[in-house]
Each structure stands twice: as C-alpha cells, then as structure tokens.
Write a protein that binds this ligand. Structure first.
Ligand SMILES: [Zn+2]
Length: 393
C-alpha cells in the first residue's frame, strides 16, 4: 500500500483533515498529488465527499469523510478490575460507553469471553453490518504486529496470548491491540486541534506510562518501547526495588502502587490507588502531600523528555490526573525544569477525553487497521488486473 494513500486515509479517519487543501498542508505534498490520491480513494468507495460545511466567514465547501456513513469500531479499555467499553466512530466520536466488571487475574479466555458478550450486544444494537473492527487497550506491553501481550507484569496468564487473533475470529472483523498509553495518546490526539502535532500523553495510574505523538502520528520507537518512562531512575527513589528487577525507578515513588505502599508505611489505611485518590481529593494531609510529591517526581523525569522533544502539549491522564495537587505539581516542576524556549507555548493539561481517551484510541487503531486491510485488498486486485492486462493483450 502506498504510504501517501495510507497517510491521507489516516488524516481523514482521525478528523484532522476534511479537505484536499488541509491534507496537502498536513503532508507538505503537492495539491495535484493529493487530489489524485483522494480521487482514487473515492473511486474505490473508501472515501466519500458530501455536503457543505459553512466555515467561519468562508464559503461553503465539500467535506471528505470515510466511505461508509455508519461505520464504527467496538472498543474496550481493560483495567485490573474494570473495563470501559463503547462504540467508536471515525473522527473520534463515542457512544454507548459504559464500565463493566473485568477481572484481569482470571486470565484471558474467561475475561475476553464475557467482554465479547457485552461488545456483541452493542454491535447487535448498532447494526452488525457496519462493524469494521474491534480495538483493545491493555495495561501492559503489547507486540502490536502479532497482536500478542508481551511479558506483562500485571496481567497473570496473559503472556503470549493471541488477543487480536482471538477477537478477529470471534467477531469476524479486523482487530487491533495496543498498550493503554499508546491508545490514550492516539485517542486524545484525534480530538485535539490539528496544529498540536507534537505531544506527550502520560498515563498516571497504578502504573506510569507515556505515549508519544511525533509529527501527528504515534511514535513507537525501534522496538515499540518508546515512552516507557516508568523505569527511568530518579535520585529520590534511592535503592527501592522495582518490578523490573532494577532499583530506584520512577515507578517506585510516583505510581499509584507506590503511593499505596508509601502511605501504608505511615499507617494510612489504603489498599488501592482509588483509595489514595479518594483521600487526596478529600484533602487528607498525608495523602495530599504524597500525591504532590509523586507529581513532582513525575515532573522531574518529564522535564528531561520535554526539553529533549519540545512538544506542543503534555496531556495528563490516568486516575492520579484527577487530583488537582498532582497536576499542579507536575506543571510547576515542568516550568521549573525546562528551558523557557520549550515551555513558552507548551500546553500542560488533563486529557480532554478523561477516562475515555484509551477507548477512543483503541477504536481508532481498529478503524485504521480495517482501512489498511481494505486498501491492501484493493491494491492486490489492481495489481492482478495489471498483470492480466500485460499477459492478455
Ligand atoms: Zn523499574
């Protein structure tokens, strides 16, 4: 599949561009080339042009969108004890969102079977024929190409389980699986102004993760581990042992799991990250102090990354980002630790999608993958025709 075609579809699918001009600007490509590509996509039924949009003061114009009007993906964002499920539309729209119990410790088969039943209900209600894909956000490392969970520390029994293949077979459509921070980055990016092309999305929950948007696309790095800031070593962590086998990682002083441990050591009655958040929201002195310190440590590690990467925005997500002192501490540490050239136009804010960012991202991944599969099929067909033409004059 041609790279340009894929990029054009991605821009239309994510809602970042709705016209040939916008696409050409985004890609820095010649308008004639973009027009040709869009024309081919329309001819193949992958993109449609319709209606008029009255832009502010400008004259009405045609708007590009993905082929089928009613197309959607089913998506789920899995946590340790709950899953958020819903229907994701091209461009980042959401509907039928709800939270259901989900026990990660039960292992993949029983959990996914129950999840599939809920998703199947959503599909039946919405119309099975317009279902294009199923997307899953997982709280652990994922081999995205293989669709397999890869040595997860918090997902017992899931290592090596072919999640994407299982979903694809169960639903008969394309399936996409990715880790939670990447899903959140892609979901949040889809609904942000298109001029914010460089961003870091941090998930601060029981664990810490980050997803990177570079030049408007998810950046995975050489081996898919880009954004894994949780095992950056930090002085304040001393020689505290970490789940990775090393000592002194950010995770041991700034994650929700670390806050539970730290507060328990000072005889505060907490068992989960939710307990810590509840106390801090209620202005419990020790919990608030601990959460503020965690924000400072996260801000310290982020400063180095923000200085290096110079993003337009840092988005904060995950349950800890619902606590104001945590967000304030990250923000002030970033201003303190970064060069003014880097912070002068830097946006630091909570993810606008809140708890839905991962859901939207998982759905976007599924829709993109479904499009790629369709495109490959179209390209394969045209190559075959081409050969036929050469062989049979
Ligand atoms: Zn570690």
């Amino acid at each position: 599949m041609a790279e340009l075609t894929a990029r054009v579809l991605e821009l239309i699918a994510s809602g970042q561009a709705t016209s040939r001009t916008e696409i050409a600007t985004h890609l820095g490509a010649a308008p004639s080339t973009v027009s040709l590509t869009v024309g081919q996509l329309i001819a193949n039924g992958l993109v449609a042009e319709e209606g008029t949009r009255s832009s502010t003061g400008g004259r009405p114009r045609k708007v590009l969108r993905l082929g089928g009007v009613d197309e959607y993906a089913l998506a789920a964002d899995l946590g340790g004890t709950h899953a958020r499920v819903g229907v994701v539309l091209p461009g980042g729209g959401l509907s039928d969102v709800r939270t259901i119990p989900f026990a990660m410790v039960d292992g993949p088969r029983p959990g996914l079977e129950r999840l599939a039943e809920v998703l199947e209900e959503l599909a039946t209600r919405r119309g099975r024929s317009a279902l294009r894909g199923v997307g899953l956000s997982l709280p652990g490392p994922v081999d995205v190409e293989a669709g397999v969970v890869d040595l997860p520390s918090r997902m017992p029994g899931w290592n090596g389980f072919p999640v994407a293949a299982w979903l694809a077979e169960r639903f008969g459509v394309t399936a996409a699986v990715d880790n939670d921070a990447n899903c959140m980055a892609v979901g949040e990016h889809a609904v942000q102004p298109p001029e914010r092309r460089q961003a870091i999305m941090v998930k601060a929950g029981s664990a810490i993760g980050a997803g990177i948007i570079a030049d408007g696309r998810l950046y995975r790095g050489a081996t898919g581990a880009a954004g894994d800031i949780t095992h950056v070593r930090i002085d304040a962590a001393g020689d505290t042992p970490c789940s990775c086998g090393n000592t002194g990682c950010l995770e041991t002083v700034a994650s929700g799991a670390a806050l539970v441990r730290i507060l328990q050591e000072s005889d505060v009655d907490v068992a989960t990250t939710q307990d810590v958040v509840a106390l801090a929201t209620d202005a419990h002195p020790a919990a608030t102090r601990a959460v503020r310190r965690a924000g400072k440590y996260l801000g310290e590690v982020l400063s180095a990354n923000v200085n290096f990467f110079n993003p337009d925005a840092v988005y904060l997500g995950g349950i800890l980002s619902t606590v104001e002192p945590f967000v304030a501490a990250v923000r002030s540490q970033l201003y303190e630790g970064c060069h003014p050239l880097v912070t002068q136009h830097l946006t630091i804010e909570r993810a606008s999608l809140g708890a839905d960012a991962g859901l939207v991202g998982a759905g976007q991944f599924a829709l993109q993958r479904a499009l790629t599969a369709t495109l490959d099929a179209v390209a394969g067909a045209s190559i075959t025709n081409h050969h036929r033409r050469i062989r049979v004059p």
